[in-house]
Design a protein. Sequence first.
Length: 255
Amino acid sequence: MRNPTVSLICPTYNQADTIGLTVRSILRQTFTDFELIVVSDGAGEETDRAMLMFSDARIKYKILDHGNDFGIGALNYGMELAQGDYLTFISSDNLYFSPFLRTLLETIDETGADFSFGDFLAYEKETGLWIEFERPPHLSGQFALEHLAVGYTIGICFLFTRDIFEAVKPYIVSPHADYDMAARMAIAGAAFHHVPAVLGVNAIHEKQLSVTSRSQKDETKTRLMVVEHLIKIGHPGAKEFKEKAERMKKLTKGG
């Protein structure tokens, strides 16, 4: 049997109330040659029941014991199962608009990029507020490696080639694993291409914000990794980036 073009990995833990919506948003994609690998990170029976509602042959549902590792063990497990030439991972409380896969895949095909990414909306569950994610002016437009010396602004809608993933895998255990992975791909020479199109909705909630705020040391570590590479290749702004990153390191020390 022929392998799918795209593999989507969806680790999930205790999001039985939203995972059905996430899966449906993927099943409504205009690009249909994909597999969706949902990995239960010890999510429990409610998630099992939610997934039993789907009979689409493109969905594979796997169950693991809870890893207490931000879902990274489940993510890497799913990546090892993936058969597609193009890969991404999605969150089980986000939504993805129907052009999501087609837009990012066509961008890679047309530009020769290794990694494509688009824009998204943010929905704050506690307040009901909808906003369009906007990158700061100095990080807008097409991607540049130095953007990752400032922080992670790629977001939730992205697709990358199997080749670039194989070169730097696996994901590290961190709430900022996506940032670290993008940084290692960029350092390895990946070509990135930004698509100015809104392709999904990121659900933001208090628990997510709390975990992220407690993990600034990991974020700073990735930022410094990028800065050291900029210094190595002689980037003209590397010294300034390093000074800023070192200041951030001092602020987060012991945090």
